[in-house]
Ligand binder design. Structure first.
Ligand code: BTN
Length: 272
């Protein structure tokens, strides 16, 4: 099941977008990691806005140093961007991409939500994830690589879901092939980054929060029960504690760094 480059280009053109020029699309059968391949191509002088797509990955990278199992049938892509952003704000690229992809999928009738900080979820199961990597100089991002993995037709664990099987249970299937999903993801990243750069992080955050499935969720932190009330512009989870909790009179709220706690896939099973 190879990737059909011509079909991808035709669909991209039909959506009226020429940002991802055919010359900057690099399509491979198998690579260790599309993120790594893109960094290698950039080192060799490739266009800074190049896109790398692979049918499978042998050492796919997930968040927090985890592995991203990447058999044939899934979508594995990485997009290069050169944002005017300080390194301290780099998590905004992940928030923007998550929102943009989820919003475009929803326009196609796929009821995707976002699980903090970077998971795309469907029916409380993981549909995909985003891994942003950056090259920084003097506190500024010089180059970013946004990597996206989405379960299309690949096998998934119990906590996962693949889009092709889910669509088969629906009355209509707006996303008919992997190439159409790829176009949707590329345009989603573009619209998320456009929102961040043109409308600003506050607008982006309010849109991200609209799609966040964790708002109102109860979460234990240091054995105390709090409620998720938001996410900051640097990607931290905002948790508030009952004002009348005697242990939290001095700290009625807390901001949690991405990667330091893990929220469960079902609302009833919040992990610490
Ligand atoms: C996560 O842990 O949720 C993020 C997973 C990101 C996986 C994608 S697949 C394409 C790109 N290349 C990689 O090695 N990782 C990202």
């Amino acid at each position: 099941m190879g990737f059909n480059r011509q079909l991808l280009e035709t669909i991209l053109e039909s959506r009226g977008k020429y940002t991802y020029l055919p010359s900057s699309l690099h399509i491979f059968e198998s690579v260790p990691s599309t993120n790594q391949t893109l960094w290698d191509l950039l080192k060799q002088g490739a266009d800074k806005k190049s896109v790398v797509i692979a049918t499978q990955q042998t050492s796919g990278r997930g968040q927090w140093g985890r592995q991203w199992i990447s058999p044939t049938g899934g979508l594995y892509l990485s997009v290069g961007i050169v944002p005017k952003l300080e390194a301290k704000d780099s998590y905004q690229l992940t928030l923007a991409s998550a929102w943009g992809i989820a919003a475009l999928l929803r326009q196609c009738g796929v009821s995707v939500g976002i699980k903090w900080p970077n998971d795309l979820v469907l029916h409380s199961r993981k549909l995909g994830g985003i891994l942003t990597e950056t090259k920084v100089h003097n506190g500024q991002i010089m180059q970013a690589v946004i990597g996206v993995g989405i379960n299309w037709a690949n096998p998934v664990p119990d906590t996962g879901i693949n889009l092709e099987s889910w669509q088969a249970t629906q009355p209509t299937q707006a996303i008919s092939c992997l190439e159409m999903l790829t176009t949707t993801v590329l345009l989603g990243i573009e619209s998320g980054i456009e929102c961040l750069c043109q409308e600003g992080v506050n607008v982006l955050l309010s849109r991200y929060l609209d799609l966040l499935t964790n708002i109102g969720e109860q979460v234990y932190i240091n054995n105390l029960l709090g409620t998720v009330v938001g996410v900051t512009s640097q990607g931290k989870l905002h948790v508030s504690f009952e004002a009348n909790d005697p242990n939290h009179i001095k700290t009625p709220e807390i901001y949690v760094e991405p990667g330091t706690i893990s929220l469960g896939y079902c609302k009833s099973s919040v992990l610490i």
